[in-house]
Structures are given as C-alpha cells and as structure tokens.
Design a protein around this ligand. Structure first.
Ligand code: 26Y
Length: 821
C-alpha cells in the first residue's frame, strides 16, 4: 500500500505537474490511474512478447464501436489491488468511489453491439487468448443526453478534453490511408493483367492503445483505436507553396474522419464520412495485422494459420476487399489463392435482422472513393454468381428454370439495383467469410430460414450460432459488491472466472437465512441507487417499491411504448380505485434515441410526460412512480442493474437479435418479464420458464397473424382499458395545452399498421404484470426465484461465448503457461 501511495503522489507531481498538497479529486484520480497503468504495462509487454515467442495464432476483433465505460474499478479488481487502493486513497483523504466518479465513460459505441465487443475483450484477456480489439478513437463518443421539458437534448461528449490516463498514443507509428485517385492497369512478366491504385488523398492513422487486463492472470491484451492525423505537416510542400492557411484548413478537414461516432443504432444514414471512417479504420488495421505477420512469415498463404479476423457486423466488411487488393496488387498473388486466404481468415457476426439496419453503399460513391475496391467487388460478384449458377444447376432441386435462377441471382448478388445501385455489405461479408454467426439461437434460425435463406442453401455449413454472453467481472463482481461478497462467502470466488460455479447456490435458495441475506444485498443496492437519484435528480425513491426497470436504446421494436401503456393503465386503475391489491412499484426508463429518429424521440417525450403527471398526482404517487434516467450509459447501468428487481425484455418476438442487458439483470438477481425473443428464450430454458414471466405472441404466431391480416383497431375496440390509455395519450391528458403532441405515437399504432404488434401483446402483458405484482407480495418465494435465476446464469458468461468462438471459428488456443493468481 505504501508503494501505491508513493506512486500516486509522484504522479500528481511529476506527471500532472501539480502540488500534491492541493487535494484535487481530478488530479488524484488521474494519478491513481497512471499508477495502475504502470502496473499493467509490464504485463502487457510480456504478453505481447509471448505471442511472438510462441508464434501464437492471433485473433483480431474489428469493431466500429466499443463501450468500455470506466476502467479504474475494473482494473483494480483485475489486478487484485482494490482493497489496497481503497486504503491508500483513504489515507490520502479520498474515497475511492468518489475518485472513480472523476473518470469519464469511454462511450465509443451506441449500444449492445459495442458493449458486447468490450465484454469479449475482457474474456479474451481472462482466458489468455491472443486477441486484439481494433476500432476508432472518436474525439466525440455517443452524445450526452439531457432531458429538457421532457425532451431529449443531445450534447457533445467531449470525453478527450479531460485527458485519458489509460491510453498510450503512438504518434511515431503512423499508417497511410488513401482515398479517391484512380486505377492503372499493367501487364506482369507472365502476361497477366495487373492493377495499381494510385494515390488520391492521403490521411494518416495514429494508433492509440488501451490496455485490457485479464482477471488475476498477468495477461494484458490491447485495444488499438485509430485517430486520424493529417499528412499535411509531413509534406513540407504544402506549406512551401505559400498557402499556409489553405494547408491548415486541409489538415482540419482530414482529421474530421475520427471526429465523431455516428449516433444511430440500427438505422442506416448512408453518409459519405461514415464510409470514410470504415475504410480508414479497416486499412490501418489490415496494414498493422500484416506488418506483425510479416515479421515471422514470408508466405502469405500461411496467413489463415496465424490470423483470424472477426467482423463485428458489416461495418468493417470492406476489409474483405482491402485484403484482396493487397494480396492481388501488392503481393501479386493469383485471384484463387488470394480469395482462399481471405475466406479462411475472415468470419462475420450478424447482430440484427431489421431490414433498415442492413448496410448498403451506393456503387457511385464506392467507385469514386475506393475505385479499386469497387472493381474487386465486381469481380467477387461475377465469380460468385457463376458459382451460384454451377451449384444451382448441379443441385437436384427440381427443374430449376431460368426464371428461378435469375431471381436467385438477383437476390444473392452483391449488387442491388434499386432504389439506387448499391453494394450489399452483408452479402460481401457472407461470401468473403468462412463463418457467419448469429448471436442467439432464435436469431440464428431466423438468419437461416429468412434473412439469408438463399445463402443457407448455398453454404449449409457456414451459418452458425454463438449465443452472446456478458463478463461477470464487470457485471457482477465489480458492479455488485454486496451480492458478490455474499456469494463468495458461501461458494468462494471461483465463479468470477468460472460462472458455472454459481449452480452451487441452488440448494441455498431453500435456506431462509440465505434468502434474508440475499434480500439485504438487494436492499443495499436499492439504497445506493436511491442516494444516487437523490443527488442527481433530487428525487426521493421508495425502496420498499418493486423496482421495475426498462433500460436500453429507445427503439420501436423494443417496445418502451408497451411498458408505457401498462403504466398508464395502472395509473387509471389506481385513480379509479380499481386497484386495491396493487403492488407499489417504481418504473424506471432509460435510453438514448438516435437524434434523427423522430418516433423514438417522441417516445422519450411521452414517457416523461406520463411520469410528470403520475408523480404529481397525490392520489397515486405513494403506489406508483415513474423515473426517467437521463443519459443511460455503461456506468449508469452498473448502478441500476444491481438494484433492479424486475427486468423488462419485451421486444417484439423475432426482432431482438439477442439482448445482453437481459443477462446482466438476471445475473444480479432480477426476475425477467419478457417475450419469447432473442437470448431471453435460452435464459428461460436454462433457468426454467416458470421462474420468469413470459408472455406474448411468438415469432411464428406473429408471422401468421401478419399473413392473415393484423388489424390493430380490433384490439382498440375490443379492450376498454387499452382504449382509455390510448385515448388519453392522444388527447392532452399528459401534455396539457399541447393537444396532439403524442398523436403520432397513437396513430402509428392504430393507423400505421403497428409494425411491432404492441396492441396484440397488450392484454397478455398486463396479465404477466399482474402475476409479477402478486408474486412480489410473497417475498420468500420471490427471493427463492431470484436466487435460482442467478444460480443458473453460468452459460451466459462471455467466457463461454469466447471459448466457443475460439474453438469453433478461430481455431485458436489460450496461451500456455499463463500464471494464474
Ligand atoms: C448500420 C448502422 C446504422 C448500424 C449501427 C449500429 C447498424 C446496427 C447497429 C447496432 C446493432 C446492435 O447493437 N445490435 C445489437 O447487438 C447486440 C449484441 O449482439 C444484441 O444483443 C442486440 O439484440 C442487438 O440489437
């Protein structure tokens, strides 16, 4: 402890240039972070060296998004110096919790996909898998959300301003990135046609490394994020032409590439700068991968034995064309050889089946920005369609007439003709990879049977399932110390790295003393949340209420509106005195809406409007409260999830690819109210469906409802309570003086086809909520179920997920000889 204290003081003075006597929390947080980083860097260097020494096969996880959140507490826990640090900082006059608050969340992602990437890096580090995360260091991460007059207002997330003590910027290792220009043809010595892409604009990619430690194992992996740097200052000609200001303007223009994360989740915006971001990040990453590979290898055909590249959705899929370009134009390999290398190296994970989230890029844009890549994509497509024809003809699938074949080719082509001629990035990713995986069992089945059914017939081995998982380090141990300590006192700490050990809790569910202790841990977390809400929102929570929580991105398919309709109905019952047996509850909502997503923003407004009305109504507000948690982010989730008793997972069946929040809640002892969707299905199977509150129509039922003609008006007319709730929303009951404010929401349900079947599931949802309320009154039974939920969550560790990727997709093994403990 004395060593750590000395290091902290030294950093305050010599790294931060401050007086150690001036007790600034900001300085002491940064100094502590630097002292922790000092303890990671030796192991990071040893880890990296061991990969070379053992010629280990490496995994590269390519993702446009990461959501690491805050690093301090997690890193202290991984290093096993949490207690030491707590005491050291307390000696210096600080509470560790307060210091941790100084750190800004690294919010370099939108939601589930980005957070999954961060859980996966944690698991690779903990399992000792030679892995790297590659991404972009956005100057501005996901916007900061404030709620003003009930509406979302976006503020820039200037997270870099406060500095980042965790990162190593490596300004000396720059990689060139080219855009535009043209392609020249030439003939090689064997008379083969060759191509060279000649420079248009050049930008530089600067690596910025964040260390990711494993749990108590000395293994530290790297998350390398690229930042755009202008090449202007490296090219003196720019300045020597006398156009100094012009040169500086150009520099600013170039550096725009990594300026901001695109804040839309599952809705494509198709902006030119976004494509630039994708290629910028991809080419720098591939160059870095090949630089490392070429240190020990000359023969490019050995690449798939040494390197596995996982594409996190299609966002980095241009990597397939980029690797082809390098192998063809720089290494001068033949097409077939190059293509084999690519397919054996790449694998692709799909995270959504919503059609509006499937990426396409206009051919005209690609031809201009990446002319050589567009040529390569055309060639991939031509060869692929010939192959399709060959397979289709050879296959004994009845008499395949030309019409069918033409249709098949149109459907699977990399190029879509309408509405504008574009490249389908998912098709490029599928064809260029040896593995395509979904993220939960149902999602994968839907990929096979619906979204990519043609590809499933063409390549029956390619599509596979890897159900998501979450890291128990952050989401149980670090976020929920009261519960973790209780668990550890009964079954030891092995569950932190082997989550299956939680099954040892099962017999304890029958033990009243253990149940009481379990409830005490929950209460402690509820009180902690209560204090936080008081500080941040100046509101008093009732900790004896059932804490009912719905936090995730705001999206119509996630159906926050369904939850809101339940709240309005409960409000009406209470007002009308029809709810004598109502179980008091506080309903929490949280989540960001894409700034361009009108409907999602209106949903936020409606939630806040209902909240204001309900909370101000003294007839009901001792029994029902609604809280909107502004700026939902990773660190907020860490506070809210441990305090939650009811987890809302109510997406339209078939629409939520997996969900990962669902797992975090159950792991922390919340019961789930949910639809038969995503990984919630597998959770129900692992836990026992009777221990969750499952309701609503299933995916196949919705398909047939849609086919037979779904008429939301029938539900409106047939259900008095539903009608009352919708009519109130449409009138100005929640928006005094602003008649029609929420009419778009209601009209969308009643006259817009209710694409997400909110009305179809309303009545069953109410029934399930009734069951929830009733069970909560029986605290012994509630607690028993809560314990069994947590005890059966072992499968949903990201360690299990990553082990499956490693074995079944990447063919990589953990590093031997890792020191544990
Ligand atoms: C193309 C662009 C607009 C785009 C940007 C972000 C498209 C999609 C996304 C993000 C998708 C996403 O976050 N999907 C979520 O992935 C999680 C991890 O697999 C799943 O748990 C979750 O169900 C899914 O919605």
């Amino acid at each position: 402890m004395e060593g750590l204290k000395k290091d902290v003081i030294r950093h305050v003075v010599s790294s931060l240039g401050s007086d150690y006597a001036s007790k600034s929390a900001y300085n002491y947080y940064n100094a502590l972070a630097l002292a922790v980083r000092d303890r990671l860097i030796d192991n990071w260097i040893k880890t990296q060296r061991s990969y070379y020494d053992e010629k280990a096969k490496r995994v590269y996880y390519l993702s446009l998004e990461y959501l690491p959140g805050k690093s301090l507490m997690n890193n202290l826990h991984c290093l096993g110096i949490y207690e030491t640090a707590r005491k050291a900082m307390s000696d210096l006059g600080f509470s560790l919790e307060d210091l941790a608050e100084q750190e800004w969340d690294a919010g370099l992602g939108n939601g589930g996909l980005g957070r999954l990437a961060s859980c996966f890096l944690d698991s690779m580090a903990t399992l000792g898998i030679p892995g790297y995360g590659y991404g972009i260091r956005y100057d501005y991460g996901i916007f900061h959300q404030v709620i003003e007059d009930g509406k979302q207002v976006e503020q820039a997330d200037n997270w870099m301003r406060v500095g980042n003590p965790w990162a190593y910027e490596r300004g000396q290792h720059l990689f060139p990135v080219r855009f535009f220009g043209e392609v020249k043809n030439w003939t090689d010595e064997y008379g083969r046609l060759r191509h060279t892409w000649t420079a248009g604009d050049t930008v530089l990619a600067m690596p910025c490394d964040m260390l990711v430690p494993g749990w108590d194992n000395h293994h530290v992996i790297n998350m390398r994020l690229w930042s755009a740097r202008s090449d202007v200052e490296f090219d003196l000609d720019f300045f020597n032409t006398g156009n100094y200001l012009g040169a500086v303007e150009e520099k600013i223009f170039d550096e725009k590439i990594s300026k901001v994360l695109y804040p839309s989740d599952q809705i494509e915006e198709g902006r030119e700068l976004r494509l630039k971001q994708q290629y910028f990040f991809v080419t720098a990453t591939i160059q870095d991968i090949l630089r490392r590979f070429r240190k020990k290898h000359q023969d490019m055909t050995e690449l798939p034995q040494s390197v596995a590249i996982q594409l996190n959705d299609t966002h980095p899929a241009i990597a397939i064309a980029e690797l082809m370009r390098i192998l063809l134009d720089e290494d001068l390999l033949d097409w077939e050889v190059a293509w084999d290398i690519c397919v054996s190296t790449f694998a692709y994970t799909n995270h959504t089946i919503l059609p509006e989230a499937l990426e396409t890029w206009p051919v005209s844009l690609l031809e201009r920005m990446l002319p050589r890549h567009m040529q390569i994509i055309y060639e991939i497509n031509a060869r692929f369609l010939r192959e399709v024809e060959r397979v289709a003809r050879s296959e004994d699938c009845g008499q395949l007439c030309h019409r069918d074949l033409d249709h098949l080719k149109q459907r699977v082509s990399l190029i879509q003709e309408r509405p504008i001629k574009s490249v389908r990035m998912a098709h490029l990713a599928i064809i260029g990879s040896h593995s395509v995986n979904g993220v939960a069992a149902l999602h994968t089945e839907l990929l096979k049977a619906r979204v990519f059914d043609d590809f499933q017939r063409l390549y029956p081995q390619k599509i596979n399932n890897k159900t998501n998982g979450v890291t128990p380090r952050r989401w149980l141990w670090s976020a929920n110390q009261p519960l973790s300590r209780l668990i550890a006192s009964h079954i030891g700490t092995g569950f932190v790295r082997n989550l299956d050990e939680l099954t040892q809790l099962e017999p304890l569910a029958a033990d009243p003393a253990f149940r009481e202790a379990w409830r005490a841990a929950k209460l402690e977390n509820k009180q902690r949340l209560q204090a936080y809400i008081k500080r941040k929102l100046m509101r008093e929570l009732h900790t004896e209420h059932l804490f009912d929580v719905h936090i995730k991105r705001i999206h119509e398919y996630k159906r926050q509106v369904l939850n809101l309709l339940h709240v309005v109905t409960a409000y009406n019952r209470l007002r009308h005195g029809q709810a004598a047996d109502f179980t008091p509850r506080t309903v929490f909502f949280g989540g960001k809406a894409a700034p361009s997503y009108f409907m999602a923003k209106r949903i936020i407004h409606a939630i806040n409007a209902v909240a204001a009305t309900v909370n101000a109504d003294s007839r009901v507000n001792d029994k029902l409260q609604v809280v909107y948690l502004p700026n939902y982010c990773v660190s907020q989730a860490e506070r809210v999830i441990p305090a939650t008793e009811l987890s809302e997972q109510i997406s339209t069946a078939g629409m939520e690819a997996s969900g990962t929040g669902n797992m975090k809640f159950a792991l922390n002892g919340a019961l789930t109210i949910g639809t038969w969707d995503g990984a919630t299905i597998e959770m129900a199977q692992a836990i026992g469906p009777e221990l969750l509150f499952i309701f609503g129509m299933r995916e196949d039922e919705l398909v047939s409802l849609r086919q037979h003609g779904y008429n939301p008006m029938l539900y409106y007319h047939g259900d008095e309570e539903l009608r009352e709730a919708l009519d109130m929303l449409r009138s100005d009951a929640f928006s005094p003086g602003q008649h029609g404010l929420f009419a778009p929401l209601v009209d969308n349900l009643l006259h817009g086809g209710d694409r997400f079947f909110v009305l179809a599931d309303y009545r069953q949802y109410l029934g399930a909520q009734q069951d929830v309320g009733r069970l909560y009154l029986d605290q012994e039974e509630w607690t028993r179920r809560s314990i069994l939920n947590a005890a059966r969550m072992g499968f949903f560790s990201s360690d299990r997920a990553i082990s499956q990727y490693a074995r079944e997709i990447w063919d990589v093994a953990p590093m031997a000889g890792l020191q544990n403990g």
